[in-house]
Ligand binder design. Structure first.
Ligand SMILES: Nc1nc2c(ncn2[C@@H]2O[C@H](COP(=O)(O)OP(=O)(O)O)[C@@H](O)[C@H]2O)c(=O)[nH]1
Ligand SMILES: [Mg+2]
Length: 276
């Protein structure tokens, strides 16, 4: 009977409509948000970090274990994390993030948030950071420990604070930007930004983070910052003085390369237009 048939269709439409509305309400402006956790010996802090993730807007979590010596993977499975990647060899912090971003793009993320699983940065800022991107205010957001006054009070070692300030000043001058810091491990990106930069060309070491910011600015994107509390405790910090020095030298190199490339004096290999 045509009338009954029409009624059936409209009922189906109605259900479809309700489901859509429900999903849209659970998402942030219809955006798929994926949190990536680059992990190395994070078994002791993973649960605390994971439990604070706001799953009212976060759709997926990716845990990449860089061949930890502890049972980070077992802990991730116990918590029910669906996307776990284990590196069979230790690739380094940058190598870890490469796997993170590839997987997040594969999952169809619109917004990707990189959060250290060492519970150093509060997941409670995920809403704020995601909103800035989801509503097209800025395509990248960094959670800055330096914007407020709490970095030293929160336990950041004095030498790290001084290096942070010095490297930030140097980098701001050479990149002609005005960030409060380039060294935070808490960052949110629109997936379009990640796709537009050749992040696979970056270092596998800590300087990866800095190279990524340089590539983002080189491609003409703007970066926003939100104030983030600083928390240093034993399990949250393992980088020692000599590794920090190595990172610092890398930052100086990235900043100089950025400027020389901008002036057209060299061709920086990180800025070649090879995208995923
Ligand atoms: N993949 C990988 N990650 C590492 C390694 N060493 C440290 N990390 C991670 O890099 C991030 C920053 O290191 P962390 O010691 O917390 O630095 P800090 O908090 O700035 O003092 C953390 O998420 C660590 O788990 C490593 O050898 N390989
Ligand atoms: Mg840390």
């Amino acid at each position: 009977m045509p009338v009954g048939w029409n009624f059936q269709i409209s009922k189906a439409h109605f259900i479809f409509f309700v489901i859509n509305i429900t999903f849209a309400a659970l998402m942030l402006n219809g955006k798929k948000i994926v949190i990536v956790l680059p992990a190395y010996n994070a078994a002791l802090t993973l649960e605390r970090t994971y439990k604070e993730i706001p799953f009212d807007i976060v759709d997926d979590v990716v845990l990449v274990d860089d061949n930890s010596r502890d049972d980070t993977v077992g802990e991730g499975k116990r918590l029910g994390i669906k996307n776990i990647i284990k590196h069979e060899v230790n690739k380094g912090y940058g190598g870890n993030q490469k796997s993170c971003y590839k997987k997040a793009l594969e999952l169809g993320a619109d917004i990707v948030i990189m959060l250290h699983p060492d519970y150093q940065y509060t997941p409670k800022l995920v809403h704020a950071m995601s909103s800035i991107i989801a509503f097209d205010v800025y395509p990248v957001v960094l959670a800055s420990r330096i914007l407020g006054r709490g970095a030293l009070r929160g336990g950041m070692p004095v030498y790290k604070y001084i290096f942070n300030r010095f490297l930030t000043l140097f980098e701001n001058i050479l990149l002609r930007q005005k960030l409060s810091e380039y060294h935070t491990g808490y960052r949110a990106f629109s997936a379009d930004v990640i796709r537009s930069i050749n992040f696979t060309a970056n270092s596998d070491d800590f300087v990866f983070d800095n190279e990524m910011i340089s590539q983002i600015f080189m491609n003409g994107f703007e970066i926003a910052e939100v104030t983030c509390p600083t928390k240093y405790f034993e399990e949250a910090s393992s980088i020692n003085f000599s590794r920090s020095m190595k990172y610092g030298r890398g930052v100086l190199r990235v900043s100089l390369t950025h400027r020389l490339h901008k002036w057209g004096l060299i061709k920086g290999k990180l800025y070649a237009k090879e995208t995923l």
